[in-house]
Design a protein around this ligand. Structure first.
Ligand code: AMP
Length: 172
């Protein structure tokens, strides 16, 4: 929904990996083992997948990364790569939802890694590996925290409003 509004592509690293799995590529075969159990796919694989996607021409005016970076190592890599492309990160959006709401939502989806045990494990991995990124991006002044306990449309509008405020007033 954001991509449509902002006219830039939505790049979900989870989607990219699921496509690799569908196409039975060697990356897909490797990634599937981690994804099935809710583990993070190793950074070396993620970096290859993302670099390839960002080389496509639709990325030249910007893009939305969804699900990347998930580790501090990925964030450092992203900074280096975007510096090289002269395209710094504008915003980092953390959509905050209570764990019980997350579990409710995911059990309504049909994905193989959405069974309750794997979802709980993914939340653990998030807390351990990904949540620390919020402090990192807060220090960089790039973090937007959004209350995600609302409809998709309302959450989209909260995000748009938050980044628009920032564009017109860079001190906030
Ligand atoms: P998602 O579609 O974003 O929920 O991602 C589904 C799964 O793909 C995750 O549970 C991870 O196993 C893997 N994955 C997606 N993005 C990343 C990433 N940036 N780093 C490591 N693993 C990832």
């Amino acid at each position: 929904m954001l991509a449509e509004k902002l006219h830039i592509p939505h790049i979900s690293t989870g989607d990219l990996l699921r496509t690799e799995i569908q196409n039975s590529t060697s990356i897909g075969l490797q990634a599937a083992e981690y994804m099935q159990v809710g583990e993070l796919v190793p950074d070396s694989i993620m970096i290859r997948v993302l670099e390839e996607r960002l080389r496509e021409t639709d990325c030249k005016n910007g893009f939305i990364l969804d699900g990347f970076p998930r580790t501090l190592n990925q964030a450092t890599y992203l900074n280096t790569m975007l510096k090289r492309l002269n395209a710094p990160v504008d915003f980092v959006v953390s959509i905050e939802v209570d764990n019980d709401v997350i579990i409710d939502r995911l059990t309504q989806r049909q994905r193989l890694d959405d069974n309750p045990k794997t979802v709980k494990y993914r939340l653990d991995v998030y807390r351990r590996e990904t949540a620390p990124l919020k402090d990192y991006y807060k220090r960089e002044g790039q973090l937007k925290t959004i209350d995600g306990d609302a409809s998709p449309l309302a959450v989209r509008d909260r995000i748009l409003e938050s980044i628009a405020r920032n564009v017109s007033d860079p001190d906030h």
